[in-house]
Design a protein around this ligand. Structure first.
Ligand SMILES: Nc1ncnc2c1ncn2[C@@H]1O[C@H](COP(=O)(O)OP(=O)(O)OP(=O)(O)O)[C@@H](O)[C@H]1O
Ligand SMILES: [Mg+2]
Length: 174
């Protein structure tokens, strides 16, 4: 495992986590979801970025920070933006067009109010994104999602509990 990598714009050393990183790769190899939890400032973000920078052969990895996400649609958008380079052009365009329609519904544009028909349809977008990724990318795709508790807190503040539960279930099904 490399001992140096780029964190944000600064070059910083990544120290003393080789054993932990090896163990985490073992967990990740045998599970669909691995939760990394610790006290604050222990180094979760640094660790995930380092791992996303150097995935093992046969894996493609990305890291996203969802602390500013306030709705399932925004969550989908972040996952989409991060993974879209792995999609074929056709799949990317189809999802982008659908995403736009979904995001527009429920919005007020001047005197016009678009019908809010899509409260939960981000789930179908997410499902389609995952299906497209699986067919476009031969590597196993890993997504390191940072600050999920903050996202859930914000989504729960602005949405119903059912929507938050749906968000968690859909993420687990990815
Ligand atoms: N392995 C490491 N080697 C060197 N510096 C590290 C390492 N891990 C973390 N740091 C430094 O410690 C600080 C806290 O790290 P980081 O932000 O990754 O923690 P965190 O657990 O994600 O914090 P939070 O709970 O606030 O999200 C940062 O300045 C980071 O550069
Ligand atoms: Mg962090």
């Amino acid at each position: 495992m490399a001992t140096g990598y780029s964190l944000d714009t600064k070059e910083r050393p990544f120290l003393g986590r080789d054993v932990l990183v090896e163990r985490l790769w073992t967990f990740i190899n045998s599970s669909d979801i691995v939760i990394i939890d610790s006290a604050r400032r222990v180094g979760k973000t640094t660790l995930m970025k380092a791992m996303a920078d150097s995935p093992p052969d046969g894996h493609t990895a990305n890291w996203i920070d969802v602390q500013n996400v306030e709705s399932p649609h925004e969550f989908f958008s972040q996952v989409f933006e991060c993974c879209s380079s792995k999609l074929s052009w056709a799949a990317r365009s189809a999802l982008r067009a659908k995403k736009l329609v979904q995001l527009l519904s429920g919005l007020e544009l001047g005197p016009i109010r678009m019908p809010n028909t899509s409260c939960l349809s981000w789930k179908s977008l997410m499902k389609q994104l995952v299906a497209s990724l699986v067919t476009s990318e031969k590597n196993r795709i890993l997504l390191f999602i940072d600050e999920i508790p903050l996202m859930l807190h914000k989504v729960l503040r602005l949405n119903s509990r059912a929507i938050v539960e749906g968000c968690l279930l859909r993420t687990r099904a990815m």
